[in-house]
Ligand binder design. Structure first.
Ligand code: ADP
Ligand code: MG
Length: 452
C-alpha cells in the first residue's frame, strides 16, 4: 500500500498515534507527538508538521523510527519521515496542502543563556520563610562555594514559588564574587534543543564541547527531559562528565528526581545524589512578608490592611500574589483614588473569583488558623491560651456570620462544643470589635477574604 486514499490515511494515522501513545506514555505523547500534524504520505515519504523547531528536531531524532515502524505495521510503506515547521496552529493544516514554508532554523548561541538573567531575582530580594528556608540556605551555600558544594544541587517545587528566582540569584552572586567563573543558565527546553541538534548534526560543534568550559551549569525546569530513549542515555553521560570534571550542576524541576515522569531509574537516582531541596507552598506569614518587601518599592503607599487582605486571599503562588499587587498599584496610579480593601476587591475581581470557593466552616478554620498561626487541633481543643482562644472565637463568629449552619452544628465542628459556647464566642467578638480597632481590622480582613 503505497499511495492510499486520504480518508484511509487519516484513519491509519489516528490508530498509529494511539499505538504510539501506548508505547511512549501519556506525558511524552502530550509533550511531543500530539503536537504533530499529518500532511501527507506519498511515495514512501511521510510529511508531518510541527509547531516549532524544538518539537521538529526532537521528534525527528527520537520518534521517527517508531512512527515508521507502527505505520509499516498497518501496511503503509514509509521510508522517510519529513517534518516541517508551521507558524500557524497545526490543527488548521489540511492534508495534501501545498508545500509547507520552511522556517529558517533558529540561530542559537549557547552562551546567550547567561544574559537571560532577571535583574530582580537576587538573594537580597528573596524573602525567606519556613517553606523556602532550606532551599534558600542551600542556594546560598552553592553560590558561595569555590568548589561544587552539592553536586548536583536539585531544587524542586510547585509553579511560581521561587525556583527560577533562586537560580538567578546564584548566578548573580557568582558574577559578583567569582567573576572569573563561567556560569551558564539555560531552560531545559533550550538545553535539550541544543543537545538534540548536536546529536543530529554530528559535524556540528559537539554538545560536550559547548559546555566544556562551563564552571557552573544551571538547567531550569528539567521535567521536560523525560522520554525513554537514547537521548536520555546521552544526557546521563554528559551529566556525569560534568560532575566528574568538578563542574557544579544545578537543576530545577516541578517534581523531585524520583517523581520525574519518563526518566530512567538510573538517571533519577543519579539526579538525587547531591542535595535535593524542595520549596513548599507558602504560608500567610511569608506571603505577607513578600508583599511588604515589594510594597516598599512602590510609590503610592499601600496600607497594611490591604497587604494583609491580599496575603490571606491569594494563596495560589507568589507570581499571582505579585501580579495582584502590581494591578492594585497600577490602578491607583492610573485612575487615582485611595488603595483600600474594597478597591482591591474591585480591581482584582476576576482573579479573586478564580480563587473563589463556597464558604465552609472548614475553610474558615483553615484561614483563621493560618492568620493567627495556630493549629487546627488547638482550635478544636478547649485550650484557653490567649491567641488560641481568640482564633477560636473569631472562627466561630465567622462561621455564624458567613455560613447558614446552626449554632449546635457550628459547635460540633469545633471539637464537639455546646451551642452556648458558640453564642458566647460571637458575643465576645462583637464586643471586642467595638473596643479594639486593630482587632476589628483583623476580623474585617478575614471576612473580606472569605466573602465571594
Ligand atoms: P518558579 O520558577 O518556581 O515557577 P519564580 O522563581 O519564577 O517561580 O517566581 C515567581 C515570582 O515570585 C518571581 O517574580 C519571583 O521573584 C517571586 N518570588 C518567588 N519567591 C519569592 C521570595 N521568596 N521572595 C520574593 N519574591 C519571590
Ligand atoms: Mg521557573
Amino acid at each position: 500500500m503505497s499511495n492510499i486514499t486520504e480518508e484511509k490515511l487519516q484513519q491509519v494515522w489516528k490508530e498509529t498515534l494511539a499505538d504510539v501513545k501506548k508505547e511512549v506514555g501519556e506525558g511524552v505523547f502530550n509533550n511531543w507527538l500530539s503536537r504533530l500534524g499529518l500532511i501527507s504520505l506519498e511515495d514512501g515519504t511521510l510529511k508531518l508538521s510541527a509547531p516549532s523547531n524544538f518539537v521538529k528536531d526532537n521528534v525527528s531524532w527520537r520518534y521517527s523510527d517508531l512512527l515508521k515502524k507502527v505505520l509499516t505495521s498497518y501496511g503503509c510503506q514509509v521510508d522517510f519521515v519529513s517534518i516541517d515547521v508551521y507558524d500557524n496552529n497545526n490543527a488548521e493544516i489540511t492534508k495534501h496542502s501545498k508545500e509547507p514554508p520552511s522556517k529558517s532554523s533558529e540561530n542559537l548561541g549557547v552562551m546567550k543563556g547567561v544574559s537571560g538573567l532577571d535583574k530582580r531575582f537576587t538573594f537580597k530580594n528573596f524573602v525567606v520563610g519556613k517553606s523556602n528556608e532550606l532551599a534558600y540556605a542551600a542556594a546560598m551555600r552553592v553560590a558561595e562555594s569555590e568548589t561544587p558544594a552539592y553536586n548536583p544541587f536539585f531544587l524542586y517545587g510547585g509553579v511560581g514559588l521561587g525556583k527560577t528566582h533562586l537560580m538567578h540569584a546564584i548566578a548573580w552572586h557568582l558574577k559578583e564574587t567569582q567573576p572569573e567563573k563561567k556560569v551558564v543558565y539555560v531552560s531545559a527546553e533550550k538545553f535539550m534543543y541544543l543537545f538534540i541538534r548536536s546529536l543530529r548534526f554530528k559535524d556540528a560543534l559537539s554538545f560536550k564541547e559547548m559546555f566544556r568550559n562551563v564552571d557552573v551549569l544551571m538547567i531550569d525546569d528539567v521535567q521536560f527531559i523525560g522520554g525513554k530513549d537514547t537521548t536520555q542515555e546521552e544526557f546521563f553521560h554528559t551529566f556525569n562528565d560534568l560532575v566528574d570534571n568538578n563542574r557544579q550542576v544545578i537543576l530545577s524541576a516541578d517534581k523531585s528526581p524520583s517523581n520525574l515522569d519518563g526518566v530512567e531509574d538510573r538517571l533519577k537516582s543519579r539526579l538525587g545524589w547531591g542535595l535535593v531541596a524542595d520549596i513548599h507552598p507558602t504560608n500567610y506569614e511569608l506571603r505577607l512578608g513578600i508583599l511588604q518587601s515589594k510594597a516598599k518599592r512602590h510609590k503610592p503607599k499601600i496600607p497594611d490592611n490591604v497587604l494583609e487582605f491580599l496575603a490571606v486571599k491569594i494563596t495560589s503562588n507568589i507570581r499571582e500574589l505579585e501580579g495582584a499587587l502590581n494591578r492594585v498599584v497600577a490602578h491607583a496610579t492610573l485612575v487615582g483614588g485611595d488603595i483600600t480593601i474594597d478597591m482591591a476587591q474591585e480591581v482584582l475581581r476576576d482573579l479573586l473569583r478564580s480563587n473563589e470557593r463556597v464558604i465552609t466552616i472548614e475553610l474558615i478554620q483553615r484561614k483563621v488558623c493560618e492568620f493567627y498561626n495556630v493549629k487546627l487541633s488547638d482550635l478544636n481543643s478547649s485550650r484557653r491560651l490567649k491567641n488560641i482562644a481568640i482564633a477560636r472565637h473569631v472562627a466561630m463568629y465567622l462561621s455564624k456570620e458567613l455560613t447558614k449552619r446552626s449554632l449546635p452544628d457550628i459547635g460540633r465542628n469545633f471539637g464537639g462544643k455546646d451551642h452556648s459556647t458558640v453564642i458566647h464566642a460571637v458575643k465576645r467578638v462583637k464586643e471586642e470589635m467595638l473596643k479594639d480597632r486593630s482587632f476589628e481590622n483583623d476580623v474585617e480582613i478575614l471576612t473580606k477574604s472569605l466573602e465571594n
